[in-house]
Design a protein around this ligand. Structure first.
Ligand code: ADP
Ligand code: ADP
Length: 237
């Protein structure tokens, strides 16, 4: 379970990104975070993985405070959390397989991964992950030779290889065309249903949230202004 208690985030320039957020997200949920640009969606996701520190409150992942943790305990919590970004964040000049293997880095010593050779069991996991998102034939292609939709599926495969229990996806389809958007959202949904991975997705469009999520959280000015099942979500953005 993910639990946020009175979470606020004020940026160094004084901008309030999040303002007293309280949330509980159960294992296996597919949650869409919606809201206009600047509402705090990205700040919320980045806080959950502690890509930045929050100013107030506490965030617990399966009972462990990510707010307080550091060193190895922090790395252990983060191992369970896979991130997906609008810009894919792949190593462009590396192979697809190597990019997916990067999901295994948290399972080995830094020294081992420095040399870039992973155990065969990891390679096996990486191939299984690529199969799950139907892109295994691209394993040896360079990441930057793939289309945007294919690159996002590689990013999903990386999270699968990581064996993450939680996926945080920050506007994962914002730079994709409608057909590719559907493919990527279908992949995320399938993984959520088949593997039970808790999925939290920032989305710009309410109709996408309605089609895929089971719960919608609406943000405005860093505050939760709506939280409920899809059936209760109105037409307002
Ligand atoms: P969203 O993802 O919904 O578009 P953000 O979380 O990016 O919203 O932004 C929430 C608020 O925080 C906005 O007012 C934005 O301008 C501000 N903000 C985001 N990142 C920073 C930053 N690094 N420094 C200062 N203000 C920021
Ligand atoms: P290189 O020696 O140039 O790193 P190889 O010829 O051994 O590459 O393998 C080609 C590609 O296969 C690599 O770029 C990498 O994507 C992948 N690969 C295969 N097995 C492994 C492994 N055990 N660890 C890391 N990458 C691997």
């Amino acid at each position: 379970m993910i639990e946020l208690r009175n979470v606020s985030k004020t940026y160094p320039n004084g901008t309030k990104g999040l303002d007293q957020i309280n949330l509980k997200i159960e294992p296996g949920e597919f949650v869409a975070i919606v809201g206009l640009s600047g509402a705090g969606k990205s700040t919320l996701l980045r806080s959950m993985n502690r890509l930045h520190d929050i100013s107030e409150g506490d965030i617990r992942i399966d009972g462990k405070s990510i707010t307080q943790a550091s060193g190895k305990p922090l790395r252990m919590i983060r191992r369970d959390i896979g991130m997906i970004f609008q810009s894919f964040n792949l190593v462009k000049r590396s192979s697809v397989l190597r990019n997916v293997l990067a999901g295994r880095v948290g399972y080995h010593s830094t020294l081992r991964t420095l040399f870039g050779r992973f155990p065969e069991a990891d390679v096996e996991l990486a191939f299984q992950a690529l199969e799950r998102v139907n892109i295994v034939e691209k394993a040896y292609a360079r990441a930057d030779q793939l289309s945007g939709g294919q690159q996002q599926r590689v990013a999903i495969a990386r999270v699968l290889a990581q064996e993450a229990k939680i996926i945080l996806a920050d506007e994962p389809v914002a730079s994709l065309d409608p057909l590719t958007t559907k493919q990527v959202m279908d992949d995320l949904k399938r993984i959520n249903v088949e593997l039970g991975i808790t999925t939290i997705v920032n989305l710009h469009f309410i109709d996408l949230a309605r089609s895929y999520a089971t719960r919608i959280i609406g943000l405005r000015a860093g505050q939760v202004v709506f939280d409920g099942p899809v059936s209760e979500a109105t037409d307002e953005r």
